[in-house]
Design a protein around this ligand. Structure first.
Ligand code: GLV
Length: 309
């Protein structure tokens, strides 16, 4: 198979090409270059590919996305028969579970507050933390949501998972569909979002959602900026309905320096690093699927365009 690699964000695309070629010695892997001769590729491995890829490589059948989220890809003008395969976990889920745990502990154990106290040489004990008082609600029941929920469940937090289908996740109570959302939110103090961004989930982190959470709730958004209604977050922090938020993804990235989130005392933010796909695991997963397809076998992670993930 002729495989082309195209990423506009990667600083070292040659490393990916080399790793893919090593994993697929019987195939040919090359770096896509604008205007360079090509045309024979059946498979592309991409992250934020240029639109020109699709005119220059009209024979593409499969597009492997280096990330879990395909929202940006689906907004492009894609050839009709192209099938998109997204990353499933590939090292991301563990990192995202850690990310959520870090910010939950920061809030529940008062670590930020202790850091402030240290600056003033102030010895002052906050109350003890009771896990039952920190019910975690995870939005998204895929590989990532299940891992996040599983970590909190293993630590004996009350955990619930909400998803479109209500898929069961071991150790967690599951809620499915719009009609179950109010009950899910009402029992949640720490809301963790790992949903795919679709027409249905766009703006789901809004004032209406925040007001149904336990008072003084905490938001952790590790998915996409488009899930969050920014002005509603600021209002909920202002009113105290939310005590804080940890945000990793934004509508505009890099987040403009003038954005109010940067300086907000109750917002912690990171530059889209909650879950980074690790090269070794990513290449193994993609190479395995390319080999399965070549044997005529079905693979998991194929995007259902009607669901948008
Ligand atoms: C990162 O945001 C991803 O979609 O993998």
């Amino acid at each position: 198979v002729d495989i082309v690699f195209a990423s506009r964000h990667d600083k070292h695309p040659e490393d990916w090409v080399r790793a893919l070629q090593q994993a697929l010695p019987g195939d040919s892997v090359r770096l896509w270059r604008d205007g360079a001769p090509g045309g024979g590729a059946r498979v592309a491995v991409v992250w934020a590919p240029p639109q020109a890829l699709f005119t220059q490589e009209p024979g593409l059948e499969y597009l492997f996305n280096l990330g879990a989220g395909v929202d940006a890809l689906l907004r492009m003008d894609l050839p009709p028969r192209l099938r998109i395969v997204r990353m499933e976990d590939a090292g991301m889920a563990d990192q995202m579970a850690e990310y959520a745990l870090y910010y939950l502990l920061d809030e529940s154990r008062g670590f930020s507050q202790y850091a402030e106290q240290q600056k003033q040489a102030r010895w002052h004990r906050l109350g003890a933390m009771q896990r039952e008082e920190w019910p975690v609600g995870v939005m998204g029941a895929g590989h990532i949501g299940a891992r996040v929920a599983g970590l909190f469940a293993a630590l004996d937090y009350p955990v619930a998972v909400w998803s479109r289908s209500g898929r069961a996740v071991p150790g967690a109570e599951s809620f499915g569909g719009a009609q179950a959302l109010p009950a899910f939110l009402a029992r949640t103090r720490v809301l963790v979002n790992v949903l795919p961004l679709t027409d249905e989930t766009q703006g789901i982190l809004c004032g209406r959602t925040f007001e149904q959470l336990q008072p003084g709730a905490y938001l952790i958004n590790m998915a996409r900026g488009g899930h969050l209604v920014e002005s509603d977050l600021l209002a909920a922090l202002e009113s105290g309905q939310l005590r804080g938020a940890a945000l990793d993804a934004f509508t505009r990235e890099p987040l403009p320096a003038s954005h109010p989130f940067w300086a907000h005392p109750r917002i912690r933010l990171t530059p889209h690093i909650a879950g980074v796909s690790l090269m070794g695991q990513t290449v193994r997963q993609i190479a395995g699927k390319i080999q399965s397809l070549a044997r005529g076998e079905a693979v998991s992670g194929v995007v259902d365009l009607s669901r948008q993930y």
